[in-house]
Design a protein around this ligand. Structure first.
Ligand code: SF4
Ligand code: SF4
Ligand code: SF4
Length: 315
């Protein structure tokens, strides 16, 4: 009898340990490790097909995200993210036999959104200027796909404190490394890679993939917040261009809900009070703060908004 009771208790303890949240986190953790291993071992070196297969993990978690996301705006965002990922990482490479066009691959025949110097990079540059960093970091980059799918279960671990807010400046170092490399390319293209390029790519690659393994401790946007050179580059364009989140100070009741959902750890409440807007290179335009604000104090503004305002003034 005692043994039976003990067995029942043990079973119920086991079930209480296996909550859906823990199960998802365990699967996500295993997927993060597998993803990093496959990407580093097979993909980085040789663009091996198994590297593409690792992307399937992101699509599977993406489908889970779409099925479970309750907020309409976020669901649209995730559908867009996953669709663009499938387009750029499955359809284009397989159908057009072009290697990962979003990163540039090695062939110049398809849009190379992240390769400085390509025509499409500069087109993209202009789009970010008009609509902000959200065009890439909130809706398109393969990194956001990975972080909003297999990284998503660990969003609740996002570190929001003064130290992490200060650490955001480190990304100027990686952007600086990239600029030095590009400058050397102009000066002496033959030696630039050995003198600077290999250090830039080596550091960024291992920091990038290493950051995935830290997601369970730091939240999913760790690399984007601290080290991504494009976060700095797109961020400069974002604040130089038309994109911002305007805030109606009178409507803000300082509830702090916007900060609780911001994966980039932006001190939104202080910005609302001091500046009446969120105009930070850190904002990747996910819209969570706008959607959760109970008083509708926040609203997106970009080039489209200015055009609408001008038309309204004229008519
Ligand atoms: S910050 Fe960098 S890694 Fe993150 S989504 Fe933007 S471009 Fe991608
Ligand atoms: S959620 Fe809205 S009301 Fe609350 S602190 Fe943020 S801006 Fe203010
Ligand atoms: S400030 Fe708002 S839109 Fe920008 S990253 Fe944070 S939650 Fe997303």
């Amino acid at each position: 009898m005692t043994g039976h009771v003990m067995t029942t208790n043990t079973n119920s303890n086991t079930f209480s340990l296996l909550t859906p949240d823990r199960l998802v986190k365990a699967l996500a953790l295993a997927s993060l490790v597998l993803f990093v291993f496959i990407e580093l071992y097979f993909f980085k070196i040789s663009y091996h097909p198994i590297g593409y297969a690792a992307s399937g993990l992101l699509v599977l978690f993406g489908i889970w995200r779409i099925a479970t996301e309750k907020d309409r705006f976020q669901r649209i965002r995730i559908v867009t993210i996953v669709s663009l990922f499938v387009l750029f990482w499955f359809i284009v490479p397989v159908v057009f036999k072009v290697k990962v066009p979003i990163l540039g691959g090695q062939w110049g025949s398809f849009p190379q959104l992240h390769t400085i110097g390509s025509l499409t990079f500069f087109v993209y540059f202009g789009i970010v200027l008009l609509f902000g960093k959200r065009v890439d970091c909130g809706w398109c980059c393969p990194c956001v796909t990975a972080r909003e799918t297999i990284g998503f279960p660990f969003r609740d671990k996002t570190v929001r404190n003064e130290l992490w807010w200060r650490l955001r400046h480190l990304k100027w170092l990686t952007l600086g490394m990239l600029v030095v490399y590009l400058a050397l390319m102009i000066y002496d293209a033959g030696t630039a890679y050995n003198r600077a390029g290999k250090y830039f790519y080596g550091f960024v690659t291992y920091a990038y993939y290493g950051s995935f393994l830290l997601i369970p401790f730091t939240g999913n946007r760790n690399f984007c917040r601290i080290l991504c050179p494009f976060a700095a580059l797109w961020g400069v364009l974002s604040v130089s261009g038309f994109y911002r989140i305007k805030a109606n100070r009178e409507d803000c009741i300082s509830c702090g809900k916007c900060e609780e959902v911001c994966d980039m750890g932006i001190p939104i409440v202080a910005m609302v009070k001091e500046k009446g807007q969120i105009r930070s290179i850190e904002c990747m335009g996910c819209g969570r703060c706008v959607n959760i604000c109970p008083t509708n104090a926040l609203s997106f503004h970009s080039a489209a908004g200015y055009v609408k305002e001008m038309i309204a003034k004229i008519t």
